[in-house]
Design a protein around this ligand. Structure first.
Ligand SMILES: NC(=O)c1ccc[n+]([C@@H]2O[C@H](COP(=O)([O-])OP(=O)(O)OC[C@H]3O[C@@H](n4cnc5c(N)ncnc54)[C@H](O)[C@@H]3O)[C@@H](O)[C@H]2O)c1
Length: 350
């Protein structure tokens, strides 16, 4: 008889992790899921209220940088599959607050998971969820894209710590045969994202009647993917990805920050006078673009979401879920504490 699929998810209370937990429970009715999360400011059990009573699901509060807690959870749950979303994820924080927590969670945390997988028989696959930011920046106007073979060139502490975790994964596969897969995905949009990140942050500013602060000239380009398209790619990596491989995930959807702002302004029937250009962020990468042909060819993945529809639905979700926003605000206070740093730094008019 085939044994039960038991997925140990790290960081499942955050934006992508909570979408993934819900998605995988739906796609695999026979599976069990344990969600290990520290519940930092961006982790929120409200994101998983609808599955909290599902008998296949359990929550464990813990810090991935705490080896004892990680080992105990592995021993108790005995996972067949492991996926790690746990991370400090906000680039601005890694610059203005400091990189210490980033190193602890994004590097030491990955080390703890690798050690646990190495010493625990029965884990078929570990997926380390990473970012395209490890590859650095592409120039605007070029047609080049990040491939799995592109050299790492992180420009901000967040990206450097993610690259560090990814390198550890590579070494643990090559040295010890740990069955790990690393993914590099582009920017996600969708429900349940902590409102310090661009899209929910701008929506909130609009709701509050405030201008949209735009770094630099706003022409920085990101490759946007709907969160559930990312979740399906991760599910495929978890069950069909080849150990030791790296997969880039992206939906061929390059948009500048100004274009994203324009879409939001249009939904609120406002014009560009609502954009306030502010001093650029240090180390601000100009352009990201992903070549996702490997995962398409080898695992048969395709993004299935229509951008305009899913983008509008995402904005509507934040408008319809004001209670969720209010509860997050009550719990964590100001969404982007660095906003004051922007004041007085206006560099250009619209
Ligand atoms: N959001 C994106 O656009 C994007 C794109 C590509 C890759 N990623 C990667 O996907 C992963 C998830 O990103 P997200 O946007 O959902 O982030 P998020 O900030 O919304 O969630 C992070 C989660 O990790 C938890 N966490 C943080 N430190 C922890 C620790 N020490 N121990 C246990 N749990 C801890 C938090 O409580 C939270 O639930 C990250 O690894 C990120 O690098 C994100």
């Amino acid at each position: 008889m085939k044994s039960t699929v038991k997925i140990l998810v790290f960081g499942g209370a955050g934006f992508i992790g909570s979408n993934f937990v819900r998605y995988v429970l739906k796609r695999h009715p026979g599976c069990r899921v344990a969600n290990f999360d520290k519940l930092t400011y961006s982790g929120n059990l409200d994101n998983l209220k609808d599955v909290a009573r599902d008998r296949r699901y359990q929550f464990v509060r813990g810090d991935v940088a705490d080896k004892t807690a990680v080992d105990a959870t592995f021993k108790k749950f005995r996972p067949t599959h492991v996926i790690n979303f746990a991370a400090e994820t906000h680039v601005d924080r890694s610059i203005h607050v400091g990189a210490k927590e980033f190193i602890s969670t994004n590097v030491a945390g990955v080390f703890n998971i690798l050690e646990a997988v190495k010493s625990m028989p029965g884990v078929e696959k570990y997926v380390q969820v990473s970012t395209d930011e490890v590859y650095g920046s592409l120039s605007l106007g070029s047609r080049s894209e990040f491939k799995e073979t592109t050299a790492f060139a992180p420009n901000v502490p967040y990206a450097a710590t993610k690259a560090g975790g990814d390198m550890l994964c590579r070494s643990y596969h090559n040295t010890f045969g740990v069955p790990v897969v690393v993914t590099h995905c582009s920017n996600n949009y969708g429900p349940y994202q902590y409102p310090e990140k661009l899209i929910p942050f701008f929506v909130l500013r609009m709701i509050e009647g405030k201008k949209l602060p735009m770094y630099g000239d706003g022409k920085n380009v990101r490759d946007w993917i709907y969160v559930l398209d990312h979740c399906e790619a991760l599910r495929l990596c978890l069950f069909r990805g080849k150990a030791g491989e790296v997969y880039n995930i992206g939906a061929d959807n390059e948009m500048s920050n100004l274009e994203i702002a324009d879409l939001i302004l249009r939904m609120f029937k406002r014009d560009r006078s609502w954009i306030e250009f502010v001093k650029d962020r240090p180390g601000h990468d100009r352009r990201y673009a992903i070549d996702a042909s490997k995962i398409k060819k080898e695992l048969g993945w395709r993004p299935t979401t229509h951008f305009r529809e899913a983008f509008s639905a995402t904005i509507r979700w934040y408008l319809d879920n004001r209670e969720w926003i209010d509860r997050v605000r009550k719990r964590t206070g100001v969404f982007n504490p660095h906003i004051d740093l922007w004041k007085g730094h206006r560099t250009m008019s619209k």
